[in-house]
Ligand binder design. Structure first.
Ligand SMILES: Nc1nc2c(ncn2[C@@H]2O[C@H](COP(=O)(O)OP(=O)(O)OP(=O)(O)O)[C@@H](O)[C@H]2O)c(=O)[nH]1
Length: 377
C-alpha cells in the first residue's frame, strides 16, 4: 500500500496544502481536548483502576505534564491565536509528548517493579492508536511520531539493564493498534483526497468556459473585485481590455460553426500566449473577451493590447483546408479614482466601439478620444 496516497496534480497543490492544514487544525483541536480530559481522568482515577498506592502519583503527574502543556498550547493557539505555527507542529508536539509519557511510565513501572504493568500495557494500546491517528500526513509523520520515541526508549531500556524479552510481549497489542490506526487514517485521507479532487473539478468546471477553457464571466468577477479593492486601498493601477473578434459572423456563415469554434479556441490560445502569468483572460460573451491586467497603467495596457492584436493579425488560422484571417478589435480602460468595475468595463466598451468604428483590427484607449460617432455597420 502506498502510504503517501494518490498524487495531487501540481496546479492543485496550494489548495490541497490548505485543505490538509484545515484538516490538521481540526484534528489538533479535537486531540488536544481529548488528551486534556483523558490525562486528568487517568491522573485522578487510580483508586478506581486499582493500580497502585499513591507513591507514584507525583512522578506520574510530572510525566503527564508535557501532554497537558502541549495540548493546552494547541488550544491557546487555536482559540486565542497565540502561536503562528501550523497545526502540524502542534500535532507532532502532542504525539511526541504522549509517546514520551507512556514509554517513560513503562520504564518507571519496569524499573520499580510496581504492580500494574497490565494497566500500562492498556495505556500503550490506547496511546499507540491515538498517536497513529495524529499522523494526518501519512508515513513521514508516522515515522517521526513512532520511530524516534521507540528508538530512544530502546536505548534507555538497554542502559537501565531491562531485558528486551521482558518488554517485547508488552508491545505486541500496541503495535497492532498502531497498524490499525495508520490504516484507518490512510483510508480517511484517501476519502478526503478524492472528495477534495471532486470539489476542485466541479469548481473548475463552474469557473471555466467549456469551448475555450478560459475563465467564464462569473469566475472573473471575484478577481475584478479583488483588484478594485487593491487599487482603492493601495493606489495601484489596473487596466481592462475588452476585445471583440472582427466580423466573426462571417466566419460562421462562410466556413461553418465548427470552424468558428476552432477560431475561438485558437484565439484563446494566442491571447493567453501573449499575456503575462498574472493577467486574467475571460470569455466575456460569445466572441467578446475581457482581459484584466493587474498593476498595469494605461500605457502598459496599450502595449499589451497591441501585442494581443498582433497575435491575431500576424498569421492565419487553419480550419480544415481553409486559412482564416481573423482579427480582433480592442478597447482599453484603466482604473480611475471613484470607479467601480462597471465604470471601467463601460469605458473599455466605449473604446472598443470606437475601434470597430475606425475600421477594426485596432486598439483604442478610453479617455483619449473624440466624441463617439454612430457606428454604421
Ligand atoms: N462558432 C461560434 N460562434 C459564436 C459563438 N459565440 C458567438 N458566436 C457568433 O459570433 C457572431 C458575432 O457576430 P456579431 O455580433 O454580428 O459581430 P461580428 O460579425 O463579429 O462583427 P463585428 O463585431 O462588428 O466586427 C455571431 O454570429 C454569433 O453567433 C460560439 O461559441 N461559437
Amino acid at each position: 500500500m502506498k502510504l503517501s496516497g494518490p498524487a495531487i496534480p501540481e496546479k492543485w497543490q496550494p489548495a490541497y496544502e490548505a485543505h490538509l492544514q484545515a484538516l490538521e487544525s481540526k484534528v489538533a483541536v479535537v486531540a488536544a481536548w481529548l488528551l486534556l480530559i483523558t490525562v486528568f481522568i487517568y491522573q485522578f482515577s487510580h483508586p478506581l483502576r486499582n493500580v497502585h498506592s499513591s507513591e507514584l502519583l507525583g512522578i506520574e503527574f510530572l510525566l503527564r505534564l508535557p501532554v497537558i502543556l502541549t495540548s493546552s498550547m494547541t488550544l491557546v493557539g487555536h482559540y486565542l491565536g497565540g502561536f503562528r505555527w501550523p497545526s502540524r507542529y502542534f500535532l507532532r508536539l502532542m504525539g511526541l509528548s504522549v509517546m514520551a509519557m507512556i514509554l517513560s511510565m513503562l520504564l518507571l513501572y519496569l524499573k520499580t517493579g510496581t504492580s500494574g504493568l497490565y494497566q500500562i500495557s492498556n495505556g500503550l494500546v490506547i496511546s499507540f492508536f491515538g498517536v497513529s491517528v495524529l499522523a494526518v500526513r501519512g508515513i513521514k509523520e508516522w515515522a517521526l511520531l513512532f520511530l524516534l520515541p521507540l528508538g530512544l526508549f530502546a536505548g534507555a531500556a538497554a542502559s537501565l539493564g531491562i531485558a528486551f524479552t521482558d518488554i517485547l510481549p508488552l508491545f505486541f497489542d500496541p503495535l497492532m493498534m498502531m497498524l490499525i490506526g495508520i490504516i484507518v487514517m490512510e483510508a480517511l485521507r484517501r476519502v478526503l483526497t478524492s472528495e477534495f479532487e471532486a470539489r476542485q473539478t466541479l469548481g473548475e468546471m463552474a469557473a471555466t468556459d467549456q469551448l475555450t477553457g478560459l475563465l467564464n464571466r462569473r469566475a472573473i468577477w471575484p478577481l475584478l473585485n479583488h483588484e478594485l479593492q487593491h487599487a482603492q486601498r493601495a493606489g495601484t493601477p489596473f487596466s481592462l481590455i475588452l476585445g471583440d473578434l472582427d466580423l466573426f459572423k462571417k466566419v460562421n456563415d462562410v466556413f461553418g460553426h465548427d470552424a468558428g469554434d476552432l477560431v475561438l479556441q485558437e484565439t484563446a490560445r494566442r491571447l493567453e500566449g501573449a499575456l503575462r502569468r498574472q493577467d486574467a483572460l475571460c470569455r466575456w460573451g460569445g466572441e467578446e473577451l475581457l482581459i484584466l491586467l493587474p498593476d498595469t497603467d494605461s500605457a502598459g495596457a496599450q502595449e499589451a493590447a497591441e501585442k494581443l492584436r498582433a497575435s491575431m493579425a500576424d498569421s492565419t488560422i487553419a480550419a480544415g483546408d481553409n486559412r482564416i484571417h481573423q482579427t480582433i478589435s480592442l478597447g482599453v480602460a484603466s482604473f480611475q479614482n471613484g470607479d467601480d468595475i462597471d465604470a471601467v468595463v463601460s469605458r473599455a466598451d466605449e473604446a472598443l466601439y470606437r475601434a470597430k468604428h475606425k475600421g477594426r483590427n485596432r486598439v483604442e484607449i478610453a479617455g483619449s478620444a473624440d466624441a463617439m460617432p454612430a457606428v454604421s455597420d
